[in-house]
Design a protein around this ligand. Structure first.
Ligand SMILES: [Zn+2]
Length: 110
């Protein structure tokens, strides 16, 4: 269980294709980045956008790619936890990003 699990036990907004996360890349010359989600569930949509799930990919502004790592413990799409605002992922250099944007009207339990 992640730190987020303990902090946020309420319903949490769902992150979708084109939503973003933010982190800091440890690679020299990279630094603070935004990752834009570029892949999502192929059969599950939120607000008509592919739903982000654990394992889906983001493109970091520093040039690396990120992978969604945490999601709802109770809500799944394509058998994987749905990725939500405040969930985390791993950056291409092994760092951690936090998901910071999501649907304003669709939530999943956490
Ligand atoms: Zn980087």
């Amino acid at each position: 269980m992640s730190i987020i699990f303990g902090i946020n036990m309420s319903m949490t907004n769902l992150s979708r294709l084109n939503d973003i996360g933010t982190g800091t890349c440890p690679t020299p010359g990279h630094g603070a980045y935004t990752t834009v989600y570029v892949s999502g569930a192929t059969t599950v949509f939120t607000n008509n956008l592919p739903q982000m799930i654990v394992g889906t990919i983001g493109k970091q502004s520093c040039g690396h790619s990120s992978t969604a790592l945490s999601g709802s413990p109770t809500v799944f799409a394509e058998n994987k936890p749905v990725h939500r605002i405040n969930d985390i992922g791993v950056g291409g250099a092994g760092d951690t990003y936090v998901s910071v944007s999501a649907s304003s009207d669709t939530e999943a339990g956490g």
